[in-house]
Design a protein. Structure first.
Length: 357
């Protein structure tokens, strides 16, 4: 229990001048039993993978109440201790559905549209954009929905080409309208900053830079901000402020995108889990919707992630799992998705909300 409480305190990052009474108030949304269980599940997976660090955050869809917030990193050998800074941002392939939603908002594409991803390698000016299965010949012609389920970088970028052409600014304007990268502050969480776009040195966005941005590179975002966006999808388009203490729910954006496009994307996120790379997160107890993500850093390490919500047809909780590990294998579905599934099934089995139904 001491280990768990330290994790919570490390994540909240309370200023030393705050009183103990205020600390209790800020921690009041945390479910201590769920916090212990989520910590145990994440720590076991990190040990299994010999990972560098990991995070898991559980949030109530409608209220934004954070029910569990775990951050662990390996220090001095094999022991995992609470992270000192869990507001740290990084690149994230969980950008795929967000980019697709922006494309849907233009009205120029539908998830049923076909894209040709060829052999899994696509030349964008001076760089090769590759899918994870390029060495096996790629996916060929697939629908945008299938591209999302397969985490196809090429499918996402070709969708962006059709929706935005050379007008990258229109894409960024839509991201801004959808409140991407919010919130820029959460009471009790230190050093949270807006999503940061790594703009190219020249004044505009080249095709190459834009291609990598729309799949999650050329930018940094924190897990809690990514979760906030996915939570808005689960919440039928209403983005609410994450919070660590019980208060009236704060709405960041009442409708991040049209209801029709939100509904289409929700169906696609279910498909990711039933038929796509998110299948390791699939549960026979409750329907899950979400997306996998894997990005590689210059040092050869990887961030593997899974973000989603459940039950898919009437979402009550959203969860993000993010794991930082060295080298291959690296799979958001197999690694982070498994943690997501275990936490989900624990909540579904023991949570009062579901037991009262």
């Amino acid at each position: 229990m001491r280990h768990t409480i330290l994790t919570i305190i490390a994540f909240i990052g309370l200023a030393s001048c705050q009183s103990k009474q205020k600390t209790i108030e800020l921690m009041s949304t945390i479910d201590s039993t769920l916090q212990v269980k989520a910590t145990s599940i994440l720590e076991n997976k990190l040990s299994e993978l010999n990972a560098l660090s990991g995070q898991a955050i559980v949030m109530e869809v409608q209220t934004g109440h954070i029910k569990a917030m775990v951050g662990l990193e390996r220090k001095d050998g094999a022991n995992y201790l609470p992270c000192e800074n869990l507001s740290q941002a990084h690149e994230s392939a969980l950008m795929h559905p967000i980019s697709i939603l922006a494309a849907l908002e233009t009205g120029k594409v539908k998830l049923t549209n076909m894209v040709d991803v060829g052999n899994g390698s696509y030349s964008v000016q001076d760089r090769e954009l590759k899918d994870h299965n390029w060495h096996r010949g790629g996916y060929g012609k697939i629908s945008i929905k299938q591209g999302l389920a397969s985490s196809s970088n090429i499918a996402v970028y070709k969708t962006m080409e059709k929706a935005f052409g050379d007008d990258a600014q229109a894409y960024f304007n839509l991201l801004n309208n959808m409140s991407y990268g919010k919130p820029d502050s959460i009471a009790g969480i230190a050093n949270l900053k807006p999503a940061y776009f790594i703009t190219p040195k020249d004044s505009g966005w080249s095709d190459t830079a834009f291609a990598w941005f729309c799949i999650g590179y050329n930018q940094t975002i924190t897990p809690i901000q990514t979760l906030t966006f996915y939570n808005a999808i689960a919440n039928s388009g209403k983005m609410v402020q994450p919070q660590l203490y019980k208060d009236s729910t704060t709405v960041i954006n009442p409708q991040i995108a049209s209801q029709a496009n939100i509904d289409s994307l929700k169906q696609a996120l279910e498909y990711v889990v039933t038929d796509g790379l998110g299948q390791p997160a699939k549960s026979d107890k409750v329907q899950i919707a979400g997306e996998t993500g894997t990005v590689q850093f210059e040092d050869g390490s990887y961030i593997v992630e899974f973000c989603g919500y459940f039950p898919a047809n009437a979402p009550q909780y959203s969860i993000i799992v993010s794991i930082h590990k060295d080298g291959l294998p690296a799979s958001g579905g197999l690694m982070a998705g498994d943690v997501f599934k275990q936490i989900t099934e624990y909540i579904f089995t023991y949570n009062k909300y579901f037991n009262s139904k």
